[in-house]
Design a protein around this ligand. Sequence first.
Ligand code: PEP
Ligand code: MG
Length: 841
Amino acid sequence: PVQNNPNTTLITPTAPLAANTHGGRAKCLQRLVRLDMPVPRTVALSFEAVHRIAEGELPDIAAILGEFPPETLLCVRPSSEDPDWGGPGAVLNIGMNDARHREVCASLGAAAAAALYLRFVQAYAIHVARLDPDLFDEVSEDPAEGLAETLQAYEAETDEPFPQDPKEQLAGVLRSMARAWEGTSARLLRQAKGAPTDAGLGLVVQEMIPGLGQGECGSGVLQLVNSATGQPQVTGRYLSQSQGRDALGAGAAALYLARDARGPSLEEAAPEAFAALKAHAALMRQKLRAEMQVEFVIESGHVHILDGVRVARSSRAAVRIAVQLARDGIITPQEAVMRVDPHALTELLHRQVAPDARRDVLARGIAASPGAASGRIVFTSAEAQAAASRREACILVRRETSPEDIRGMHAAAGVLTERGGITSHAAVIGRGLGLPCIVGASTLKFNKGKKTLTAPDGRVFRDGDIITIDGSSGQVLVGQPDMLEATLDDAFQELMGWADDARDIGIRANADSPADAQTAANFDAQGIGLCRTEHMFFDPGRMTVMREMIFAQSPSGRAAALERLLPMQREDFTQLFRIMQGKPVCIRLFDPPLHEFLPATRTGQRELAEALDLPVSDVVRRIEAMEEYNPMLGLRGVRLGVTVPEIYDMQARAIFEATLAASKDGAPVVPEIMIPLVSARREVELVKARIDAVAAAVQAEQKRRFDFRLGVMVETPRACLRAAEFAPMTSFMSFGTNDLTQMTYGLSRDDAGRFMSDYVNQGVFPEDPFHVLDTDGVGELLKLGAERGRASNPGITLSICGEHGGNPESIAFCRSVGFDYVSCSPFRVPVARLAAAQLAI
Ligand code: PEP
Ligand code: MG
């Protein structure tokens, strides 16, 4: 008997089968048999057995047949380890031959008998005898005539009669299915879905329940939830007088399962069978601890279960299904947390192009900020603002964005740039605002003068034309496809709560404005890990004062401009502190090169000249004098703090005065002040001395005390190497991995987008290092910096605030080196919370 052979096993209630030896289907069927479900008798062939079949070594076919009552029809179905890896199609009705055909005519009727035989002959002809499927295109619609023609065609092509011996039939089917799995195209296909090179195939040989005949007969699938929403709803398809996957075929005149408005239903046709199916599905959910789709056959009103597979699900449904299983006590909350892919959460937080919408892709770029948006093309920020005032959605299309585009970005529904990478200005701002954004769409040709956008296929788009950007996939689409709205429902909130219970690394948000901070608070960020203060100056009113400050010829002129900026900053910080309600807020002092704030265009320069009451030539000369060959490596960050210290003095004062203002009516605020781009110990000493002096002055003036924490941003390789020198002077070190990646590779974060896809496609980099932390190189520096910092200041707080902070793989690294928290864009906070929880479980 086959029971004694582990490679060819009759499925019984007592002998469990493993997915990695016999495949998912065999494992599931065994569990269903153990649950006493009406599963047809089944023999499972292991990966090993199937591999041997492919090599030409057949198992004992007579013994397999011996497990079934004589003259039973059989089917063979694939059982790969993961159903997603596919496998050869099932072959049904094995055992049909002329003699059986006559018997079935008598028992089930001529039509049913012919249909059963015809199906088997065609499958055998195509898969085993390898005849051209076209041969059967012309056969008669009438089953009996079709059968006769098919048998004739078989004989004519093979010069042999159709095999009548069930042993020969079964052997042929097993061999063809085993070999199909080992073929090159099947191998490539499953590897593309993540299967390992040596993935095995199991097969199950199962008693065939025909689904044809007298009384209510048919086949179908049923599940208890809606695959799109995850809400309870009995759905599926059923087709009377059908077999296999007939009910799922396009155009099949399937019955719906439950009674509803759409037409006749199984519930009406066979209420008992319908009730039994629902009970089976509920039992599977309970015992297999997953939401399952039941594949079934009905034979004269009796239900048979052929298989159970995990219900296909959208991201939204995945969350609700996992949460509901935990609410029902079927799985633990931790298991629910483990069952949702953190990457998929992003889809819930943003509008999406509907999965079934038609996509007319005009170009692709880097998916820089998730979510989808449709709108009319505009080429300037001013036009974006004009469109917004008309309440018209627009997509701002720019070669690249600069601080001057901030207003336009606020006004636009989405942003598309030709240049730039994942940490370019447009990408960073887009993620901060939750604004869909695609950067580096370099195959698009912009013509700013003519206001056109030319796609690689030659199509030309003008301003006013409607396009859609899908910032989740990087696709730029023509027109306005259907969308799915964002959902932050009760299931989502509950899952996040469980994630927080499990998590052991903190999650903060990068937030530059009160609106960002509010988003961060809504997503339960544990504080602000990076406030980029320069973003607070992008407002046009402030920009002018900022420019006056930059242009000031004398210390007193500069002091006057800073005096005007002070209350604005103080107000910003007060609001941030209030919104965060005592949670930590880390404010980074001014970082970018000053000249980024100067007008680049002739018109802008003229306007500035007017505002400053200076000749344009003076303004242009000053701008030229400030120009740097390599601004990202020039006068920026702490270097400004050292050479133009008044700016940091003003910012420190604004922070301290806001601290006192916000502490008045709430919990005491302890601000964190962060110095950017340090590389030498003396830089920290100089800035620290001045900040301490400002703190003392504010405390003396207001006769009130406050605490604050001073820290450094570690974003140069030298800062990592010399961390031991800085650490004792600071309370925290936050690794700015955008600049650190740029400087470690010597790779411009603003230009790398142009060739990054070539680099990734050719395997130079496994991934864009600005997107997924390069743990081998940049990570090595992080580790060194953390170790050296901790060695000289054991109490120091360590964190990361580059864009990598929201990436699950990078969070795993940060946790492994013992960081206290990660900080990421507000919209990535939920993703980070879930990813971090999964690491801790
Ligand atoms: C960084 O460099 O990683 C960082 C967070 O700062 P920014 O992106 O503002 O340069
Ligand atoms: Mg930086």
